[in-house]
Ligand binder design. Structure first.
Ligand code: NI
Ligand code: MN
Length: 232
C-alpha cells in the first residue's frame, strides 16, 4: 500500500499508510524549519533516535495527548516513563519492536546522547537509528550519526529509502553521506539535519548531484512541510 512520508524539517518525519501513523524525532516547538505545531500532529507510534533536544522534541506532549506508543533506546525510555509516559517500549541495538502498521529495528549510530534536566545534563543511553518496515517499504532512518562501515550490513536489508543527515559538524556531512549511500544501496536517499540553523547549512542540490554521480540511488530533496507518497 502507498505510504505518505512527510518532512517536518530537521530530522522530524511522519509516516502514514491511511490506517496508522508514525512520527520520527518529533521536534516542532523551537524547530525553525517546522511548518506545523506539536498540538496539530497525530501519531499512533513515536520513534525517538536519541536524547538530544532536537530529536526528543515534543515527544512527551504529543504522546500524552495522542496516547501514542513511544519506541526508543532503553535508558531514554525509562527517563520518559519517569516523566509520566506510560506507553513506552524500550529497546536497544539489534532489537526489533512491532508497532501498529510495522516494525522498527534499532541500529547503531556514531554520535552522543544527552539531555538537560534542570541545571544538570544526563546521558540516558546510546544513540540509535531505525530500520522501519511499514506499508511494504523498508526505510532506514539513520538518526544523528557519522559514517560507519557497518552501514553495508544495513544495506543488506534491501532498503527502499535511506534518510541521512548531511549537515556536517554534529553528523556526517554531504561527502560522507554519499559514501554512506554507496554502502546502503537504497533506491531513494532523503537528506535531513541540514539548513535548520547556520552551522549546518548545506547545498542539498549539489549533494543530490554527487549522489547520482557515484551511486545507484536517487535523491529526493524534501522541503519542510512537504509530503510525498512512496509505493513498495
Ligand atoms: Ni544529536
Ligand atoms: Mn541532532
Amino acid at each position: 500500500m502507498p505510504v505518505t512520508l512527510t518532512y517536518h524539517g530537521h530530522s522530524a518525519f511522519g509516516l502514514s499508510d491511511g490506517s496508522s501513523s508514525v512520527l520520527i524525532d518529533p521536534w516542532f516547538t523551537g524547530n525553525p524549519a517546522a511548518t506545523v505545531a506539536a498540538k496539530d500532529v497525530t501519531a499512533d507510534t513515536i520513534l525517538i533516535t536519541h536524547a538530544h533536544d532536537d530529536h526528543v522534541g515534543d515527544a512527551l506532549s504529543i504522546a500524552k495527548r495522542t496516547k501514542a506508543t513511544v519506541i526508543t533506546v532503553n535508558e531514554l525510555g525509562v527517563y520518559l516513563q519517569s516523566q509520566g509516559l506510560k506507553d513506552v517500549v524500550p529497546g536497544n541495538h539489534g532489537g526489533t519492536i512491532a508497532f501498529k502498521g510495522g516494525t522498527a529495528k534499532f541500529t547503531q549510530a556514531w554520535h552522543s546522547s544527552s539531555l538537560g534536566v534542570g541545571d544538570d545534563r544526563v546521558a540516558p543511553g546510546v544513540p540509535a537509528g531505525f530500520i522501519v518496515r511499514y506499508g511494504g517499504l523498508v526505510i532506514y532512518f539513520a538518526g544523528d550519526t557519522a559514517l560507519f562501515g557497518d552501514m553495508a550490513l544495513i544495506g543488506e536489508e534491501g532498503l527502499d529509502i535511506a534518510v541521512l543527515p548531511i549537515g556536517d559538524r554534529f553528523t556526517m556531512g554531504p561527502s560522507d553521506a554519499v559514501r554512506a549511500a554507496k554502502l546502503l544501496k537504497a533506491k531513494t536517499v532523503i537528506p535531513c539535519h541540514y539548513n535548520t540553523f547556520p552551522p549546518i547549512e548545506q547545498d542539498a542540490n549539489s549533494f543530490a548531484k554527487a549522489l547520482v554521480g557515484s551511486t545507484s540511488s536517487t535523491a529526493v530533496i524534501m522541503k519542510p512541510g512537504q509530503s510525498q507518497t512512496f509505493e513498495p
